[in-house]
Unconditional design. Structure first.
Ligand SMILES: *Cc1c(COP(=O)(O)O)cnc(C)c1O
Length: 233
């Protein structure tokens, strides 16, 4: 079995190689380790190997893990990113315990996160999730709604709009992968042209990070390539 530290190093090498191939500075692409379904010991192993940003999809699982890591790695500052679907009744826990939320896709959720962000914490970093494949069943904002929603969210006092996140429909075809990420990059450029100070394009997972980096990803969200296959309870 590969150790988590070895897998992390392999993923960091993939990021570096893909960045250089795309003519980009590898330091401009950061790694978000997606630890959903894996226990605190797995996160601790990644922390010991130098990883400090972790992504989680389920609120209660994440809160338990955040708490456990405070005890397992006291004094180590970790940044927790919420990347899963958001139910309105979970926004308070998210606002209180996370540093980033990548999956905001409606104004109501943004308003609640801003209202519920505690005053002693810095503004919550926000990415809007884009539904780039346009399927009605998938979460995310439709392309044409991205700029208007971004402009209104950017005004909320306890949020800091950082950019966009996307999970394109899975495909093995590298050309289709690149096309989907390129479409997200266009929406991102629209935000910059609208004068918003965005700096984050959260896209690319274990199977398609190279295509995402080629199209400008600044955060790749990697789970299985670091922690192994997930077993859902
Ligand atoms: C689970 C998940 C990931 C990680 O996916 P892998 O294919 O395991 O790398 C990334 N982003 C989101 C939104 C996820 O839900």
């Amino acid at each position: 079995m590969t150790r988590i530290s070895d897998s992390l190093q392999a993923v960091n090498n993939r990021i570096k190689t893909a960045s250089i191939a795309a003519g980009r500075d590898p330091a401009a692409v950061s790694l978000l380790a997606v630890s959903k379904t894996f226990g605190p010991e797995s996160v601790l192993e990644a922390v010991r190997a130098g990883q400090h940003d972790f992504g989680e999809n389920y609120v209660q699982e994440a809160l338990d893990k955040i708490d456990a890591l405070k005890k397992l790695a006291p004094g180590v500052v970790l940044r927790w990113h919420f990347i899963g679907p958001i139910q309105s009744n979970k926004t308070k826990s998210i606002a209180e315990h996370f540093d980033w939320v990548h999956s905001v896709d409606r104004e109501k959720v943004a308003l609640r996160l801003s209202d519920q962000r505690p005053d002693h914490l810095p503004p919550l970093n926000i990415c809007l999730q884009v539904n780039i494949s346009g399927e009605a069943s998938k979460s995310g904002v439709l392309s044409e709604e991205v700029t208007p929603l971004a402009l209104s969210i950017a005004k909320l006092p306890k949020l800091r709009l950082r950019g966009l996140m996307a999970v394109p429909a899975p495909t093995d075809d590298p050309q289709a992968q690149r096309a989907a990420f390129a479409a997200v990059a266009v929406l991102y450029a629209n935000l910059q042209n609208a004068g918003l100070p965005v700096d984050t394009l959260s896209m690319g997972m274990s199977a398609d990070m190279e295509a995402a980096i080629a199209q400008g990803a600044t955060i790749v969200r990697i789970g299985s390539a670091i922690f192994g296959y997930r077993h859902y309870p």
